[in-house]
Design a protein around this ligand. Structure first.
Ligand SMILES: [Zn+2]
Ligand SMILES: [Zn+2]
Ligand SMILES: [Zn+2]
Ligand SMILES: [Zn+2]
Length: 357
């Protein structure tokens, strides 16, 4: 993520809601698309302090009420009844806040979601909510927890005892348990995964969303030629086989992860997530001066930078006893899949973009 700057010259970080030096309130300005210090004008209205912008803004409802957001809404939009920012307006179900710890978990989910939206906007990928005019496939999020016996508090749920993280028809469900660090690490170890992160879940599930929006009935033949036929075996058959026998022994040659070897749809989502990882990290690396702005931004050049950066960061992480930063070895088959996704994103985004950007 880029690092922004307060009017007092102190760095502002993407999740900040206040400058730690001059105590000015801070918010994401949808007009200049950056994190800015705010000047209060009274009655809940603020002004963006960037001299070229000076937009009149109001805090997103989730910023005002729960402090789980740091984005602003244009005053004119707010007065037309749009009280949520471009990220929060996609929420369909939020956690049951009567449960202890729920607000902190929700906040962690929203932080990851804002980072996802930043990268989608960087790539020009559409993400329309149901409140946008004529969305082709409205994107929505349901943050739900497993039902627990009465009397112990109950996460909000939708007719099932166990909530599965996943995507269906534009709706991304994330189990709130994933926002609990200890729980998530336990699941990572149990599943034998190299990484398990909230942002990783968002990047994977949005991959399913873009398959539905950009590939389905538009580019399925080309996608199948790279990822395989998603119709045979069916998703249900592939899932049964995967959980009965485990991943194919040679999955590393063809897939970015063991899970990607389950079915072409999972392969697409896992590869899409890796693509977003790479784009996000390279943007940060450039923004922080860790690498020079790339003159040649072809996929091949980007992957070269990513490999060099990955080796360096893996060693730095090992110095600190942390998990490897970039554990995956990108084989030629995976590069072919990344190339498909790169083409889809850079040449194939033909649906209209969402508002609020
Ligand atoms: Zn400041
Ligand atoms: Zn601004
Ligand atoms: Zn918001
Ligand atoms: Zn998936």
């Amino acid at each position: 993520m880029r690092i922004y700057e307060c009017v007092c010259n102190t760095p502002l970080f993407f999740d900040n809601s206040q400058c730690l030096s001059c105590s000015r309130e801070v918010g994401w300005c949808p007009n200049c698309y950056a994190l800015r210090a705010l000047e209060a004008l009274g009655n809940g209205v603020y002004c963006c302090t960037h001299p070229d912008c000076a937009a009149e803004l109001v805090k997103c409802q989730n910023y005002q009420q729960y402090d789980v957001c740091n984005r602003m809404v244009a005053r004119s939009e707010y007065e037309r009844g749009f009280h949520f920012c471009d990220c929060c307006r996609c929420n369909s179900i939020i956690p049951d806040l009567s449960i202890p710890g729920a607000q902190a978990r929700w906040s962690a989910l929203e932080r990851a979601k804002r980072r996802l939206f930043y990268t989608l906007d960087l790539l020009g990928l559409p993400h329309q909510s149901a409140s946008d005019p004529c969305p082709e496939l409205p994107l929505s999020f349901s943050f739900m927890g497993d039902a627990v016996p009465e009397g112990q508090g109950r996460w909000r749920w939708a007719g099932q005892d166990v909530v599965y993280t996943g995507h269906a028809q534009g709706n991304i469900t994330i189990n709130v348990r994933e926002a609990d660090d200890a729980e998530r690490e336990r699941m990572r170890v149990n599943m034998g995964e190299e990484h398990r992160t909230l942002i990783g879940h968002f990047r994977h599930e949005i991959g399913h969303y873009y398959w539905e929006l950009l590939v389905k009935n538009r580019d399925e033949e080309a996608c199948m030629s790279v990822f395989g036929d998603h119709r045979s075996p069916t998703y249900a058959q592939a899932m049964d086989t995967y959980y009965a026998n485990g991943p194919a022994p040679d999955w590393r040659t063809h897939h970015v992860s063991a899970y990607a070897s389950m079915h072409p749809w999972e392969d697409f989502a896992e590869t899409f997530a890796l693509y977003l990882d790479i784009v996000s990290v390279m943007d940060t690396a450039e923004g922080c001066g860790l690498c020079k702005p790339m003159k040649d931004n072809t996929l091949e050049a980007t992957l070269g930078h990513w490999a060099r950066l990955g080796i360096m960061l893996n060693e730095l992480n090992r110095d600190m006893g942390l998990l490897d930063f970039a554990p995956e070895i990108i084989q030629s088959k995976v590069i072919e899949k990344l190339r498909y996704i790169d083409r889809l994103i850079t040449q194939g985004v033909s649906v209209s973009r969402g508002t609020g950007q």
